[in-house]
Design a protein around this ligand. Structure first.
Ligand SMILES: C[S@@+](CC[C@H](N)C(=O)[O-])C[C@H]1O[C@@H](n2cnc3c(N)ncnc32)[C@H](O)[C@@H]1O
Length: 247
């Protein structure tokens, strides 16, 4: 599979995740140097999932990102379009309500969910802005969006170091631990090509979301964007770390 094609074809993206599914969780832990656990805790806090909330975890893969919400008592629906990822997820976490679906054509009625979240998935969607509009459609008025995605470190010297890690260190490590190292070269390239914090906030706002705000994790390696679907007098809440960065 050529990397260039991954930019264009959803079937290739799904195929790539089918290939890495079996070792996905392990590879993630190794490549993020264990940071992914901290990031997932921050997502849980930002989503403010309450017991009984209906929550969509889009591009959920094997369901790793869905587990904290289920543990918090929310009814979480992990949704993904890679059959391989879904298969591994169902085997490892049979208690979760895995659903096959494409982020750009979600198989849910309007206003189904109290909150929608997507972790390390939006960057892989071939039409991310269409996915943001679909997420808006399936969220109830006043409901919440949280996007957790790789972003751009804010301190220039650290940014330089990080890009070095992505382009030089990550591919050999991926070769050692992943079943499809090529997928991790794609990962490095897609992170570099992804919009920065402000750019993603603008996409989210243009898709119809309001009270768009973000906070950086690990110096901006990852950013959490929060937003609210207009309606019901909804406002963004003043959560620590988010408020100064409202856009
Ligand atoms: C890096 S994994 C993230 C999995 C999980 N959210 C996590 O945090 O570990 C990205 C996922 O996005 C899914 N994906 C990419 N494009 C998609 C689309 N258009 N619709 C649904 N899922 C998609 C892939 O199949 C893959 O499972």
């Amino acid at each position: 599979m050529s990397r260039a094609h991954l930019d264009k074809r959803p079937a290739d993206v799904a195929g790539m995740f089918d290939d890495v599914a079996e070792r996905y969780d392990l590879t993630n832990d190794v490549l993020s140097l264990g940071q992914d656990r901290r990031w997932r805790k921050a997502v849980l806090t930002a989503v403010e999932a309450r017991p009984g909330d209906r929550l969509l975890d889009l591009a959920a893969g094997t369901g790793t990102s869905s587990v904290p919400f289920a543990a918090a008592g929310a009814h979480v629906v992990p949704c993904d379009f890679s059959q391989g990822m879904l298969r591994v997820g169902k085997r490892a976490r049979p208690e979760l309500d895995f659903t096959a679906g494409d982020a750009t054509r979600l198989p849910f009625a309007d206003a189904t969910f109290d909150a929608v979240t997507i972790s390390f998935g939006l960057r892989n969607v071939v039409e991310p802005r269409r996915a943001l509009a679909e997420m808006l459609r399936v969220t109830r008025p006043g409901g919440r969006l949280v996007v957790c995605e790789f972003s751009h470190p804010t301190w220039a010297p650290f940014r330089t170091l990080y890009v070095e890690y992505l382009m030089r260190a990550l591919p050999p490590v991926a070769r050692a631990v992943s079943s499809n190292p090529e997928a991790y070269v794609y990962l490095a390239e897609s992170i570099r090509a992804w919009p920065d914090q402000r750019g993603l906030a603008a996409w989210i706002r243009r898709s119809g979301w309001r009270s768009v705000e973000w906070r950086n994790l690990s110096g901006g390696i990852v950013a959490l964007h929060r937003a609210t679907r207009p309606g019901c007098g909804s406002q963004g809440s003043d959560r620590p770390g988010f408020s100064q960065r409202r856009s």
